[in-house]
Design a protein around this ligand. Structure first.
Ligand SMILES: [Zn+2]
Length: 417
């Protein structure tokens, strides 16, 4: 039996599954989901649990100025760029137990298996939990991986506030103060390869009865924040002609956008998932509305054309109100290199696990790592493709097989210099 077989045989379905359940207790919601938002008290507790699980394996914990957490499994050549694997442990306010957590826990499981099999790769392996992937408490999402890539400016990210007025800066300070034994490290360093395991968050693997998705790439995404400013007034006395009703204007705007973004093939994904009315009182004409736009398309040219049309469409429908349309992020579609995809596919073939190639419709931290090093992703099915939902559900056996493929892939990528 090869050393690689020994590693894969050490992967424990039971340990991996029970850790998912334990982690899901932190921020558990009554409906069976998880509310563990970025840099929250719950996330601090979850990070401590990760560090606790990793310490018997001799993993060395680090974090950087945005709070990205790295757990290093040393290889033979300390100076060689490490191979990274992981994902995120923050969730949406009504998130599930597997989104993000699977990638981090699978990463931990594979180094535990390597430790058990006494496998020391040529390169070090680091398990990473990226800060604020979800972007629900602090916008934009994927903050940690974007900063790691060098795409964003640290100071401006630290200034971002949540709805309660708490800044990223204060929150990162609280996280790091709670982790006195986690060493500091600067943001961004050379990486040999990155592989992220994740639940599919879509229905394709389940429909095709496949266990592993070899992810071909990630569809592009643009995010906008629109502010419509009207004027507060009395609901009983102010005449229609004089009203500057920010909600009426927004409804008109959203309807026009919805029509413009409609395609018969259902490839364009246009979503307004956040809307905030002020003052949000039953007898007051709304004075302002903020809403988000999340626009995605696998073809970058189409995404550009549609996104570029948004400010003009909003302007045409602003009525008596004033308008601000701000683009928060613009990420083109990308294709992962075959050098990583081929390793994932080869391992799935060797382990005789049903697999298929498929693109990722959702964004992931791997989007940013793609610009740092050769990157790939491994998908496992989730029930009904349901995610960002408390009902999110996966089979223990699928997670186990995902971790086995990840172990083979990372071992191979890390065992070459
Ligand atoms: Zn995720």
């Amino acid at each position: 039996m090869s050393l690689l077989d020994n590693v894969i045989n050490e992967i424990s379905q039971e340990r991996l599954w029970s850790r998912h359940l334990q982690l899901a207790e932190i921020g558990a919601t009554p409906a069976g989901g998880v509310n563990r938002q970025a840099l929250s008290r719950e996330e601090i507790t979850a990070r401590q649990l990760l560090v606790q699980w990793s310490s018997p394996l001799g993993l060395i914990p680090y974090s950087d100025a945005i709070g990205n957490l790295f757990l290093r499994y040393p290889g033979k050549h300390a100076e060689a760029e490490p191979v990274l694997t992981g994902s995120h442990i923050d969730t949406q306010p009504t998130g599930g137990r597997f989104d993000g957590s699977f990638g981090v826990l699978a990463g931990l499981e594979i180094v535990e298996a390597m430790h058990g099999a006494q496998f020391k790769p040529e390169r070090s392996i680091e398990v990473v939990a990226w800060t604020n992937e979800e972007g629900s408490r602090f916008a934009p999402g994927m903050m940690g991986s974007a900063l790691f890539r060098g795409q964003r400016d640290l100071e401006s990210m630290l200034k971002v506030e949540d709805l309660a007025g708490i800044s990223v800066r204060e929150s990162v300070e609280a996280v790091r103060a709670a982790e006195p034994n986690v060493a500091s490290r600067s943001i961004g360093f050379p990486v040999a390869a990155y592989v992220e395991a994740h639940i599919e968050q879509g229905p394709i693997l389940e429909m095709q009865q496949k266990i592993i998705g070899v992810v071909s790439g990630i569809q592009g995404k643009r995010v906008f924040r629109v502010t419509v400013q009207g004027e507060e007034n009395h609901a009983g006395t102010s005449p229609r002609a004089l009203r500057k009703d920010a909600l009426v204007t927004s409804v008109d705007m959203l309807s026009a956008l919805h029509i413009a973004m409609h395609d018969a093939e259902d490839i364009v994904k246009f979503t307004v998932g956040f809307l905030e009315i002020s003052p949000n009182a039953p007898s007051v004409v709304p004075s302002s509305v903020h809403f988000s736009i999340d626009l995605r398309h696998p073809d970058s040219a189409t995404l550009n054309a549609l996104g570029d049309a948004i400010p003009g469409l909003c302007e045409q429908h602003r009525g008596p109100c004033t308008l601000q349309v701000k683009e928060l992020s613009n990420d083109p579609s990308l294709e992962f290199p075959s050098v990583v995809r081929d390793v994932i596919r080869d391992v799935a073939v060797e382990l005789d696990i049903d697999h298929m190639d498929l693109p990722s419709a959702a964004g992931h931290d791997a989007r940013h790592l793609h610009y740092v090093c050769p990157t790939g992703m491994i998908f496992v099915p989730c029930a009904g493709g349901i995610s960002h939902n408390e009902a999110e559900s996966c089979k223990a056996e699928d997670l186990f097989n995902g971790a086995r493929v990840l172990a083979g892939t990372i071992a191979r990528l890390a065992d070459r210099v």
